[in-house]
Write a protein that binds this ligand. Sequence first.
Ligand code: SAH
Length: 218
Amino acid sequence: MASPVEPEFRGARRRLVETLQDKGIRDLAVLRAVDMVPRHIFVPETVRHRAYEDSALPIGNGQTISQPSVHARSVEHLQLTGKEKVLEIGTGSGYQTALLAELAAQVFSVERYRELLDRARPILQQANVRNVSLSLGDGTLGWREYAPYDGIVVSAGAPHVPPALKEQLAEGGRLLIPIGDREEQMLTLFTKRGGRLERRDITPVRFVPLIGAGGWPG
Ligand code: SAH
């Protein structure tokens, strides 16, 4: 990715990569992606100076860009090799979309707020991300047209796995989703084997709620 690199952010981004290593992120492809993607262009200007802290930040519409370590851990669990087709629910700022685009062949991302999608689209272009398709709508219904997906990552907290996402996951595919109540969830990894989902708990997290037909009421 030929990123619009501003030298003043390079050092900060390198330090973020070191912080993620200290926090246990081991996958070199994931660390390289964090080193490549200019997170500062995905966050609002008012918080740009904090873009390379390991913190969640507000992105508008009452939503937040997650902590870089949460993003890194999530994408690490998808174990991408560069060949996969991935579905992301909750484009938000588009930052994780850009990380996924570095790590997979094709990324499909669904967001329910038009304002966020309209903001993310030109930023992804500016970051030279080409292998991403964006869609406005209810991501709890997935994106049937391009299914099945080798990986699905849900960036908002759900009461349970939306049935459409289980259906649209390929055999052997991995689904990462925060499951719990509206305040606190367990980041959960599901692997599809023999048409069934095997469950593994990863870590407690706090995500904004997944609003939609297969999630929480709005
Ligand atoms: N990965 C994003 C996370 C943004 S927060 C980032 O780091 O910027 C979660 C996002 O999920 C919000 O943008 C919210 O609007 C979106 N969202 C919530 N429910 C959704 C649904 N049913 N379909 C699509 N997007 C949804």
